[in-house]
Structure formats: structure tokens, C-alpha cells
Ligand binder design. Structure first.
Ligand code: GAL
Length: 732
């Protein structure tokens, strides 16, 4: 073999290898991301893998594809993957590789937002709680222990993706990755340390050599080559920090999250479509809907505090995986219209002309043959007739028309042609046959092993292994005490930094206090029945999701911080703050693992009937049921209950709370340039009444449902319902 034939052979081998790999480079220029050298307009949607089940993933991703999406975006949730240092979990809902491979199977790209701080209304912003207890740690700043842990996890995820060949540079679907999340505001507050951390994070990420670009959202100082991107309801005022970077919108908020006790926000699709078209007409080339499917905060994964178990988000695919109209179809039509302009959009910069005081044309021409135009009317109330290229166009208020050939308007953001979904929750199991077990308060002080002569911070004791922490003390009262001074009973005052507290005196429930999303702390003040001798005070402190955002939220205090005072006694107030307190982490029922088939028989359950219902406050309820026929999504209607948690076959459906929505339930209104057209609904109703039960968690028969109820609610009102959605006349 001569030199020429050897080189030809080598070239052939390389060619075959290249074909076999199907690898492409992802790069960028000022117009867009480039995949395999081609500029692209990309439409993306967030679907967070732990917020649905693996059985739902493929269907969700297909629906996203049919809705005109090119990319699926997900955060990576560190806390669920590393529940204790060095112990990893990538099973079931946490099977990240399976999720990304499903994206690949369906034929879409992926944006992997590693964070690993993610915000996301997720418990502790996705950072494992144990990290708070690493000596000398400080989150998200120039701090050795934090950086070491963050680097370790980021490397692990990148390595995992690489070994499965999931980056586009290896032939996989991942075209983009994110490091950190909305660090800009933090950096500004943290000064030099913030800046050093920012640069470190960018270098660390880039050094991992993924072969695809990195983004930092809401971080104007993102160092090159990292792309800074925009998050918001509108992003048309956004420009990247360097002229050679493209305009990417990593969070186009399709709706908003809900908190227990708050109204339900909705974002009309007309406004969302308008915002997206406005971004694209300015040269934006990547839009990600946050969320495209919001899903469910199963277990104790909701952050906040006070974020609901539902993370529906008013997204184009609803919490249960069903298409939400007209949002889904209207956006699908928008995507089609934008895609018809793709070549013109990525090949030229717009020529902007005025068509009136508040009307403009953005025209993209590629060569002589190609021309696409966006005609905008920014007036919030009035329609406008404009003349463009000698033709008349009617533009509804606050709208953009898209003309892929500069002549025919194929889409207007305000003209919704799709019909609206009609959702029904049909009862299939009107009633369960309940048995009950009262949470055992009698053994509280004996079982307690942790004691201190002060009030301990809640999380320091529980390390978030449970929502619940008992604070127990006793107080001796002399027999000379009068317990009805001036006709009034003594009272107890308990101050908690959050999020909820239930007060028991001598085994009797005295009352509760709850914080809210705006005001985490709460104070209980109420009369108590004391007697001469030793009185036992037991305070049950409960968290409702750990904070996921806020400056150094890892240092915020939770639980009963004091003071704890008894008022109305003869010798003046008694301060119990520095008493001897004993502590019990979690509930007895949790310790016995009552929620599982193995643990359920460890206590004596009693038949519960309305007639025999005891007045005790903290109760476990158990029932068995068969799975309903069909394949419609299922939910528990928890009406009649108070607050607690629910499990089916040992899987946690999540926290429930029938807190009634208070606040502003205006009709929808335009609120100017910085706020979206926003509707708030549901005031006077529980913020969340229905709780998603994934079909795949059920067996045909003998399913175990366990409810832990904190407020003495009535389980006989709980029912199982099917969710159905009808849309008459919806086009494909
Ligand atoms: C963003 C954040 C997201 C999510 C969103 C609100 O600022 O990046 O993770 O928290 O707000 O839903």
C-alpha cells in the first residue's frame, strides 16, 4: 500500500466515523445559535423531569413537538440526586439520562440547565439541605466549600451526559447548558466576592469541554464565551452583553406559580404570543417557555415556603399532561408563522419603519427574493389600520401580525382561532372506607432524646428529614393560682419564624398559627387550660417547603424562635423561652412508616365513622381502593380536609392544604410594559383542591391511600376524580 492509498483509507475511516457519530458542533454568532453551521430560530419549552412520571415523559415531549417546539429545557435538581453526601439517586422520576434520551427519541434538542442552584419554586432552590451544614459554607459566593461541592456535582452531571454521548458534539440532543441561575442581582449585592464567584463558575463550566455553549440567565456580566440570556414576561428590551452574542430568552413566563392561600394567576395567550413575536421581530432567536408543562411538586419538593403541590403554571400542557386550549394551539400557530420566516430572520437585520404613532414594521429581507415582515400595534386599547407596501392591514390593539412573504398576514397574536378547553373533574370513587389512627402525643416527652435549655432552630434539628418538629416543655403551676382571672383564662403566646405551628397543652389542642408567602413568620396567641401542678406544653412546628430564593436564604431561621410566654397568671407573665425543651423530629406515624404496605400494620387502626369521630386534631387515615377504568388522569378531591400530606402505595402525592385564596381577583387588565396582562382567579376558593394521582402509581386493585391530617378535617369528603378536557372544533 502506498502513501496515497493509506491516506485515502484514513479519510474513508474518518468519513465513516463522522457519519456514524452524527455529531455536530454547536456554536453561535450575533444572530443565533448555529447547529452544524446553520443559524436557527429555536422554540423551546421547560418540562422538569421530577414534576411528572417517566410514564408521562414521552407523551409530554411528543405534545411539545406537535406544538412546534424544537427544544426541551430542564433544570437538574441536585437535592434529589444527592440526598446525602456521596449517595446518588438517578432512579424513577430522577432518571435524567432516560429523560434526555426520550427527548432524543422524539427528535428534539435539549437545554440542560445544571444550575446547580435552580430557584424553580423547588425545595431549597435545588441545593441539598445537608450542604448548609458543611463547616464554613456560604451559598452562591466566593466560598471554598460551596465551590468545591458545586464543581463536584456539575462535573458529575456533565460526565454522566458525556458517557451517554448526550451532547450534540457527540451526536446527542443537548445543544446548550446553563450554569448558575439569575445570578445578576446576587452578584450586585455581594460585590467583589460575587464577581469572583461569577468568573469562577463560568470558567469552571467552560473548562468541562462539553462542545456546546453555556448560558447564564439574568446575568449581564456573564464572561465570554458564556452567553447572557433574558428571563421575564417580556424581553424585547434585552440585548446581550457583547455584539457577537445572540439574543436568547431562557424563561418566557407562560403563566405563574401558585402559593397556598393565594389566587391563581393566568396569562392570556394573546399577551404571551405578543411578547414572543415582539422579541423575535427585534432579532431574538431562541425562546423558551417557562413552563411548557409545569407538572406537580410531588412529595416535599415544593419550595417557597408555601408553594402549592400543583405547579400547573397555566402552561400550554396542564399539570395532568392534557393540552390546554387555546394556549397550545395559538402558540403552535405562532411557531408555524415564525418558522416560515426563519431564513429571512437569521439572514438579515430588521429595517424598522414607523406606520403610525404606536405602530411599526420590522422587515427582514434576505437577498432580493425573500422578505418577512412583522407589523406591530403597541396601543393597549385601540386597533389600527396601517398601510404597508401599499396594502391595508387591520391590527388589533397590543398585537403583531406576521407576514412571511411581506404581503399576506398568516398570524396575528391577538386573533385566537382555537377554542377554549372545558375541564371537568368527574367523581369516580365518591367515598373511601376509612380507618383512623390518632397521632400519639402521650409518648412525646419519653421518646424525646434531644434536649436544650433554649429554643432550637427547626432545620438545625430536622435537617429537613420531615416537615415536623415537636418542641416540648412543662411548666409547674402552684395550687394557689387562680385560673380565671377576671373571667379570662391564661393564654399562651408562641412566636415562630415559620411556617406553621400547632399548640397542644396537656394533650389538648389549643390552636394553630400559619405564615404566608409574604410573611413567613407567625404568632399564636390563645387561651389555654392549665391546672395546678405540672402542665405539658407541646408545640408542633411545621415547614411548608424551604425557601428557594432570596439573599443567603440558607441562613434564614425556621421554627419556634420565641419568645414563648404564658400570660394571665397571678404572678405576671411566665417566660418559657429558656425552659428545658425536648425535641422530637417528625411524627410517630412517620417513624413507624405508616405510609407503606410494610409499616401500615404496625398500629391499631379503628373504623372511622362520622358518629365515632374523636375530636383529636392530628390523625392518620387509611383506606384501600381499586384503580378506576380508563386512562384519563386522576386526582384526589381533598375538599373537606384541612392541611397535611397524602400518600398512595407509599408514594407521596404531596402536601395538601385547603387554604382559601385571598387577594386581588381583578378581571384581567393590562398593567403596562413591565408587567404582563395578568389575570388572578379563584379568590374565595381553596387555592388547590385537586391533587394529581399519577396512573402509573396505581395497581388494578388494593391500592393503599394514607392521609395525615393536621386540622381535624373530614376524610369522608375525599373522592377520587377523573380529569377530562373537551374542546369543540379544535383544529389539529
Ligand atoms: C425565575 C427563576 C425560575 C423560577 C421563576 C418563577 O426567576 O429563574 O427558576 O423560579 O422565576 O417561576
Amino acid at each position: 500500500m502506498n502513501i496515497t492509498s493509506i491516506s485515502i483509507l484514513l479519510l474513508l475511516v474518518l468519513f465513516v466515523l463522522f457519519l456514524g457519530c452524527n455529531c455536530s458542533n454547536v456554536s453561535y454568532d450575533r444572530k443565533s445559535l448555529l447547529i452544524n453551521g446553520h443559524r436557527r430560530i429555536l422554540i423551546s419549552g421547560s418540562i422538569h423531569y421530577p414534576r411528572s412520571t417517566p410514564q408521562m415523559w414521552e407523551d409530554l415531549i411528543w405534545k411539545a413537538k406537535h406544538g412546534g417546539l424544537d427544544v426541551i429545557d430542564t433544570y437538574v435538581f441536585w437535592d434529589v440526586h444527592e440526598p446525602s453526601p456521596g449517595n446518588y439517586n438517578f432512579e424513577g422520576r430522577y432518571d435524567l439520562v432516560r429523560f434526555i434520551k426520550t427527548v432524543q427519541k422524539v427528535g428534539l434538542y435539549a437545554n440542560l440547565r445544571i444550575g446547580p442552584y435552580v430557584c424553580a419554586e423547588w425545595n431549597f432552590g435545588g441545593i441539598p439541605v445537608w450542604l448548609k451544614y458543611v463547616p464554613g459554607i456560604s451559598f452562591r459566593t466566593d466560598n471554598g466549600p460551596f465551590k468545591a461541592a458545586m464543581q463536584g456535582f456539575t462535573q458529575k452531571i456533565v460526565q454522566m451526559m458525556k458517557s451517554e454521548k448526550l451532547f450534540q458534539s457527540q451526536g446527542g440532543p443537548i445543544i446548550l447548558s446553563q450554569i448558575e441561575n439569575e445570578y445578576g442581582p446576587e452578584r450586585r449585592a455581594m460585590g467583589a466576592a460575587g464577581h469572583a464567584y461569577l468568573n469562577w463558575a463560568a470558567n469552571m463550566a467552560v473548562g468541562l469541554g462539553t462542545g456546546v455553549p453555556w448560558v447564564m440567565c439574568k446575568e449581564n456580566d456573564a464572561p465570554d464565551p458564556v452567553i447572557n440570556s433574558c428571563n421575564g414576561f417580556y424581553c424585547d428590551n434585552f440585548s446581550p452583553n457583547k455584539p457577537f452574542k445572540p439574543s436568547l430568552w431562557t424563561e418566557s413566563w407562560s403563566g405563574w406559580f401558585t402559593d397556598f392561600g393565594g389566587p391563581i394567576p393566568q396569562r392570556p395567550v394573546q399577551d404571551l404570543a405578543f411578547a414572543v413575536a415582539r422579541f423575535v421581530q427585534k432579532g431574538g432567536s431562541y425562546v423558551n417557555y417557562y413552563m411548557y408543562h409545569g407538572g406537580t411538586n410531588f412529595g416535599r419538593s415544593a419550595g417557597g415556603p408555601f408553594i402549592t403541590t400543583s405547579y400547573d403554571y397555566d402552561a400550554p400542557i396542564d399539570e395532568y399532561g392534557l393540552i390546554r386550549q387555546p394556549k397550545y394551539n395559538h402558540l403552535k400557530d405562532l411557531h408555524k408563522a415564525i418558522k416560515r420566516c426563519e431564513h429571512a430572520l437569521v439572514s438579515s437585520d430588521p429595517t424598522v419603519t414607523s406606520l403610525g404613532t404606536l405602530q411599526q414594521a420590522h422587515v427582514f429581507s434576505a437577498g432580493t427574493a425573500e422578505c418577512a415582515a412583522f407589523l406591530a400595534n403597541y396601543h393597549e386599547q385601540s386597533a389600527a389600520t396601517v398601510i404597508f407596501n401599499n396594502r391595508h392591514y387591520e391590527l388589533p390593539p397590543w398585537s403583531i401580525s406576521i407576514l412571511p412573504d411581506c404581503r399576506t398576514s398568516v398570524f396575528n397574536t391577538a386573533k385566537v382561532r382555537s377554542q377554549t378547553s372545558v375541564v371537568k373533574m368527574l367523581t369516580v370513587n365518591p367515598r373511601f372506607s376509612w380507618e383512623t389512627y390518632d397521632e400519639d402525643l402521650s409518648s412525646l416527652d419519653e421518646s424525646s432524646r434531644i434536649t436544650a435549655a433554649r429554643l432550637l432552630e427547626h432545620l438545625n434539628v430536622t435537617r429537613d428529614t420531615s416537615d415536623y418538629l415537636w418542641y416540648i416543655t412543662s411548666v409547674d403551676i402552684s395550687s394557689s393560682e387562680s385560673f380565671l382571672r377576671g373571667g379570662h383564662k391564661p393564654s399562651i403566646n408562641v412566636q415562630s419564624a415559620g411556617h406553621a405551628v400547632h399548640v397542644f397543652v396537656n394533650g389538648k389542642f389549643s390552636g394553630s398559627a400559619f405564615g404566608t408567602r409574604k410573611q413567613r413568620s407567625c404568632t399564636f396567641n390563645g387561651p389555654v387550660n392549665l391546672h395546678a401542678g405540672t402542665n405539658k406544653i407541646a408545640l408542633l412546628s411545621a415547614t411548608v417547603g424551604l425557601p428557594n430564593v432570596g439573599r443567603h436564604y440558607e441562613t434564614w431561621e425556621t421554627g419556634i424562635t420565641g419568645p414563648v410566654l404564658l400570660h394571665g397568671l397571678d404572678h405576671g407573665p411566665k417566660d418559657l423561652t429558656h425552659n428545658k425543651w425536648s425535641y422530637q423530629v417528625g411524627l410517630k406515624g412517620e417513624a413507624l412508616n405508616l405510609v407503606s404496605f410494610d409499616g401500615v400494620s404496625s398500629v391499631d387502626w379503628v373504623q372511622d365513622s362520622l358518629a365515632t369521630r374523636s375530636r383529636s386534631q392530628l390523625k392518620w387515615h387509611k383506606a384501600y381502593f381499586n384503580a378506576p377504568e380508563g386512562n384519563e388522569p386522576l386526582a384526589l378531591d381533598m375538599e373537606g380536609m384541612g392541611k397535611g400530606q397524602v400518600w398512595i402505595n407509599g408514594q407521596s402525592i404531596g402536601r395538601y392544604w385547603l387554604a382559601y385564596a385571598k387577594g386581588d381577583c381583578n378581571s384581567c387588565s393590562y398593567s403596562g410594559t413591565f408587567k404582563p396582562v395578568k389575570c388572578q382567579l379563584g379568590c374565595g376558593q381553596p387555592t388547590q383542591r385537586w391533587y394529581h394521582v399519577p396512573r402509573s402509581w396505581l395497581k388494578p386493585t388494593n391500592n393503599l391511600i394514607i392521609v395525615f391530617e393536621e386540622l381535624g378535617g373530614n376524610p369522608w369528603k375525599i373522592s377520587l376524580v377523573k380529569r377530562t378536557v373537551h374542546t369543540a372544533g379544535v383544529r389539529d
